[in-house]
Design a protein around this ligand. Structure first.
Ligand SMILES: [Fe+2]
Ligand SMILES: [Fe+2]
Length: 280
């Protein structure tokens, strides 16, 4: 087991999530937000603006003309899509930073994006959770794995073997190797980034069956989105390690046909986002 110091140091070493990522979500969560305000906030981060405009002009959106400003981007994509693009762009950096030894950064990024998309659709469907917040929580829910990978996954099969030794309990496998599990570490990252409290709790508790029910609806959304992502073939290393809590879907007032609808809508969007996965 690794002493906690190197893991805390790895958390501190993560580049901070740009403030603009959280602010744009807060803006669009307000039903009366102005696009001017959104433009002003995105433009405070020139690196991000450049990346977003580059993505807008990529084959991903196949726009009929080139966009040169954030205001144009909103006009062509809509503010919801722009905000998702901003968040995906800000989060992608962490998954890209996983090196070869830590393996499957592509798989984890794909899982995170799929969970974000599913969470957003669950938020829209349940009307209890703001969709933008749900997307953010989904895309960041496994950020703890990024921190733990260099410690828990030093050689191929190490984590799988530790999980097997713990009767298939993935989190126990992580704890056996590092003293932490990725949900706890994700919570520590979220604290460090000073994310809104509901986001911190959703990241920290997304695998805690007892807490999912007592926490906040966002935690339930992330749990359900995470499990459905696995079912849709967008799982990470721990795919199918956790069962769907029926109480969580009940809490979100979602019936089977709602979940079916969410799956269909999300599959479509996940497929269209494939290009986003390949971008540098
Ligand atoms: Fe997880
Ligand atoms: Fe996950």
């Amino acid at each position: 087991v690794i002493a906690s110091d190197p893991i805390r140091a790895a958390i501190d070493a993560l580049p901070p999530l740009p403030e603009v990522a959280v602010r744009v979500v807060e803006i669009v969560n307000d039903p009366d937000f102005s696009t001017d305000h959104l433009v002003a906030v995105v433009r405070t981060d020139p690196t991000l603006t450049t990346r977003v405009l580059k993505l807008c002009n990529s084959s991903l959106f196949a726009l009929s003309r080139e966009v040169h400003t954030v205001a144009d981007a909103i006009a062509y994509l809509g503010s919801r899509r722009l905000v998702k693009l901003v968040l995906a762009t800000c989060s992608m950096v962490y998954f890209r930073a996983l090196d070869g030894a830590a393996g499957d950064s592509e798989t984890l990024w794909r899982h995170s994006l799929a969970t974000g998309i599913l969470a957003q659709h669950l938020g829209e469907r349940s009307e209890i959770v703001a969709p933008g917040t749900a997307f953010t929580a989904g895309i960041l829910h496994d950020i703890g794995k990024v921190v733990l990978a260099p410690f828990a996954d030093r050689s191929p099969g190490e984590l799988a073997a530790a999980t097997a030794a713990k009767a298939g309990d993935f989190l126990a496998g992580e704890r056996a190797l590092t003293g932490f599990d990725h949900a706890v570490v994700g919570g520590m990252v979220a604290d460090r980034w000073q994310l809104p409290v509901d986001l911190r709790r959703a990241i920290r508790h997304h695998h805690s069956a007892a807490l999912i029910m007592r926490d906040n609806p966002l935690t339930a959304v992330v749990h359900v989105a995470d499990v459905i992502a696995d079912q849709l073939g967008c799982g990470a290393r721990d795919a199918f390690a956790y069962g769907l809590l029926p109480e969580a879907t009940a809490l979100l007032t979602l019936a089977d046909d709602d979940l079916h609808r969410v799956r269909l809508d999300a599959i479509d969007e996940i497929e269209r986002s494939e290009d986003l996965l390949k971008l540098e």
